[in-house]
Design a protein around this ligand. Structure first.
Ligand SMILES: Cc1ncc(COP(=O)(O)O)c(C=O)c1O
Length: 338
């Protein structure tokens, strides 16, 4: 157990604990035990992994007297949608910087974008080039809001900050309790696999393992960029975590692996074989993944297992981090598969 007083203040947003479900048929096929940690069940509209991070981030925004949160992401960002809805729950406004090729002709009102709009978010469409300089745009928009007498609070991409990482420290504590319920005191060595998109989930899981001294290996499957990019980000998040809460880990940087090689055609772009594996899981276990994050991570995990069934050891927990709303805007791509 992690002492409750170590945790920073949080507001309650996520429905937790989420279920840990054994995938019996999948386990039989793969020859190893595969469980899913259903973080897609953290809520309905306010669902997925971002909700866990936002519990801590929103508490901080409220403590700092903010009235508007600003964040950023791809056009169909799950993080932005979760932030827009969490802001409503916290009584705040939200402004989203959303990335798109042609800001003059933004994408259709579908999936997460529809939910952002329903939540009343202000959306500023920006190009991929502007997105790379998003810190300047964050500052520009924050200045504009301050000029209107408002109090903005900036949430970096994906909510992947040292504070947000606490959400997945908490998840690791929850998972360790799930595993104890399965095994008693003699918990089997376990590998936790998750999608890595901005690094905060992987960092939080790894920090949680270190904090608990658990026999758990953390593997993130990057869905964009590459291994070096994410090692730099995750190590930096862990260092910030240590600097901000020096007594928690006594300075140690946790260990984790990034499984590279499954970005495929690029961020949010799918290959037919990835979508086919996603479909097969629906037909095998009745579990639906998203094409951008969990589908790619799962494809990577299953591809590795098909070559070496023992690559992750005898027990895997795949974290289903949500993202289902991202499936519907790409429905056309499934036409030949269903
Ligand atoms: C559904 C889903 N899964 C996984 C991730 C990756 O999490 P992280 O950004 O913390 O690496 C994200 C966001 O990027 C997401 O929306």
């Amino acid at each position: 157990m992690i002492p409750a007083d170590l945790f920073p203040p949080r507001i309650q947003l996520a429905n937790t604990p989420t279920p840990l479900q054994k995938m019996d048929r999948l386990s039989q096929q793969a020859g190893v035990e595969i469980f899913f940690k259903r973080d897609d069940f953290t809520g309905s509209e306010l669902s997925g992994n971002k909700v866990r991070k936002l519990e801590f981030i929103m508490a901080d925004a409220l403590a700092k007297g903010a009235d508007t949160v600003i964040t950023c992401g791809g056009a169909q960002s799950n993080h932005c949608r979760a932030t827009a809805l969490a802001a409503v729950k916290a009584g705040l406004s939200s402004l989203l910087l959303l990335r798109t090729g042609d800001p003059a002709n933004p994408p259709a009102l579908s999936g997460n974008i529809l939910l952002d709009r329903l939540a009343g978010s202000e959306i500023v469409w920006i190009t991929p080039e502007q997105y790379r300089a998003r810190d300047e745009i964050f500052e520009r928009e924050a200045r504009r809001l301050r000029g209107q007498g408002r109090e903005p609070y900036i949430i970096p991409e994906g909510g992947s900050t040292a504070l947000g990482a606490w959400g997945y420290v908490a998840e690791m504590e929850e998972l360790a309790a799930d595993l104890r319920r399965l095994d008693g005191d003699d918990v089997k060595p376990t590998t936790v696999v998750c999608a890595t998109g901005s690094g905060g989930t992987t960092a939080g899981l790894a920090l949680g393992v270190q904090l608990m001294g658990a026999d758990i290996r953390v593997v993130g499957v990057n869905v964009c960029d590459d291994r070096d990019y994410f090692v730099a980000i995750i190590d930096s998040l862990c260092r910030q975590f240590n600097e901000t809460w020096p007594s928690v880990l006594a300075g140690g940087i946790p260990t984790y692996d990034i499984l590279d090689g499954y970005v495929g055609r690029g961020y949010a772009l799918s290959r037919p074989e990835e979508l086919a594996v996603l479909r097969d899981l629906v037909r095998l276990e009745g579990v639906v993944l998203d094409p951008v994050y969990t589908g790619k991570a799962y494809f990577g995990m299953m591809t590795e297992l098909s070559v070496n069934p023992q690559i992750f050891g005898g027990r895997i927990v795949f974290v289903h981090t949500g993202g289902l709303f991202g499936l519907f805007p790409v429905a056309d791509q499934f036409a030949a598969l269903v």
